[in-house]
Design a protein around this ligand. Sequence first.
Ligand code: ZN
Length: 185
Amino acid sequence: MVDQNKIKKAVKLFLEGIGEDPSREGLIESPDRIARMCTEIFAGMEEEASVHLSKTFVIENNEMVVEKDIVFYSVCEHHLLPFYGKVHIAYIPDGKVVGLSKLARTVETYARRPQIQEQMTGQIAESIMKYLKPQGVMVMVEAEHMCMTMRGVKKPGSRTVTLSKQGCFAENPYLQDTFFRMIHE
Ligand code: ZN
C-alpha cells in the first residue's frame, strides 16, 4: 500500500533540497498531488499477474497468438524518470488461451512499479510461462527512456529494445522470425 504521508514529506524535502520554496503558491499542493499520482502509477506494487492470467479458455488448435503495440508507461528505478513505449507478445498455446485484454493487464502489472526495462521484459514472459503454461512465449519491449533523453547522453528518439524468449521460442529461429514478421506488419 502506497504510504501517502511518507511521499508528501519526501516531496516537500526534495523541493527544499533543490532550493525551492515548497510553500509558494505553485508548489503548495504538489506533495499532495504527487502522493495521489503515486497510487496510480505504482499500482502494480499491489498486483499479481496470476489474477489476470488464470482465467483461460480451451482451444483446439495451438496457433501462434500475437498481441502487439501494447502501450505502457513505467518509471525507471535508477532515476525515477518515465520510460514508455510498446510491448509485443507472442505465445504458442498448449490447449488454452487467455483473454487478449489480460495480456495488456499483465504488462500494466509490471510496468506500474519502479522498473528497469530488461527486468520488466523477463517478468512479463516468465509470468505468462508460469500461469498460462503455453509451449513458448516471446516478448519484445521498445521504449524511450527520459533518463537518456533529458539528461546525460541526450539522444531524443533513441529507443531501447529488449527481448525475452522462452520455451519453444528459445531455440527456434523460424518461430522468432515469424514473431518479428508479424509485429512489423
Ligand atoms: Zn534511468
